[in-house]
Design a binder for this molecule. Structure first.
Ligand code: HXC
Length: 268
């Protein structure tokens, strides 16, 4: 689908996108690039990175890929430094890397819980923390007065409770909380905006493959009146709004992009 935004709304910006080689992250990489940004993708899988970067370059988007695990501070530091060396600045950090699987609480080992917390919550904080010196007003490579922005990919499952997702619910709740706190501290003192997006069910993603097999049968959809599957494009358009000047007064907010699903109730 064609973008409703002008093609230069991110012109001159440099975005680092964790998990940007596949799924929602890759769509954000693509759309940010199509709207003028240079893209650095961070991910753990070399082939995924290589093919994502080749595609972006093939459509004329300046793009690089760096292998790294958001759980490792040294990887975060190295990838951000490499991006800075390559492009000369960093304006936007998108935290899209995530881990997930379905497990009942009784079967989930503490290490399984910790693993998802470390990828999603600690990984997000680590990336934000290491990106701070580039994103803050007057930071490295920022000759202009303004600061950069951070966008965290969250979820809606922790607004209520979700079966077999105790680990992810806890991690996404932490992401929302750290986003608000960073928005307060870094928005006030350093002109960095920090926002989130909570996607609903999005087609053609690992999350859907892993989380919505038998559960989302036609029968259970009857109990969710607003159930529709969104597109990765929907999330990327929300990211463009928040990441561009269109969203310049939005800070500390998590935008729900789920077609209204999270608030739906069965019909009586
Ligand atoms: C129960 C599991 C498990 C499973 C792993 N574990 N998979 N427990 N059921 N299916 C446990 C392991 O037993 C182990 O604990 C611990 O988790 C660590 O497992 P590892 O395999 O060593 O971890 P690792 O190799 O780092 O893999 C991390 C991962 C993996 C999260 C398990 O799936 C991953 O990296 N995925 C990345 C891609 C991904 O899933 N993306 C989807 C995002 S979708 P023990 O105790 O045995 O040592 C998404 C949507 C969010 O985020 C919300 C949508 C609504």
């Amino acid at each position: 689908m064609e973008s409703p935004f002008r093609g230069d709304i991110l012109k001159g910006k440099v975005a680092v996108i964790t998990g940007g080689g596949s799924g929602i992250g890759f769509e954000i990489s693509t759309q940010f690039g199509k709207h003028g940004a240079s893209i650095a993708i961070m991910g753990r899988r070399k082939q995924v990175l290589d093919s994502a970067v080749s595609y972006l370059q093939s459509i004329g988007i300046p793009a690089v890929g760096f292998e790294g695990d958001v759980r490792k501070k040294e990887d975060a530091e190295r990838v951000l430094e490499s991006t800075f060396k390559h492009f000369g600045r960093i304006d936007i950090l998108v935290n899209s890397a995530a881990g997930n699987f379905l497990s009942s609480a009784e079967d989930l080992s503490p290490n399984g819980f910790r693993t998802v917390m470390e990828i999603d919550a600690v990984g997000t904080f680590t990336m934000c923390h290491e990106a701070f010196k580039y994103l803050k007003k007057g930071g490295l490579g920022r000759s202009s007065a303004g600061g950069g922005m951070i966008l965290n990919i969250s979820a809606t499952l922790h607004y209520t409770a979700s079966w077999y997702q105790i680990h992810v619910s806890a991690a996404k709740a932490a992401i929302d909380a750290l986003g608000r706190n960073l928005a307060l501290e870094w928005g006030t003192d350093y002109d960095i905006r920090v926002n989130g997006i909570s996607p609903g069910p999005i087609g053609d993603t690992t999350g859907m493959d892993k989380l919505a097999p038998q559960e989302i049968t036609n029968k259970s959809r009857d109990y969710m009146p607003l159930y529709k599957v969104g597109e990765k494009w929907d999330i990327a358009m929300a990211a463009l709004y928040l990441g561009s000047d269109a969203g310049k007064f939005v800070n500390g907010m998590t935008l729900i992009v789920d077609g209204g699903l999270w608030l739906s109730r069965p019909r009586h």
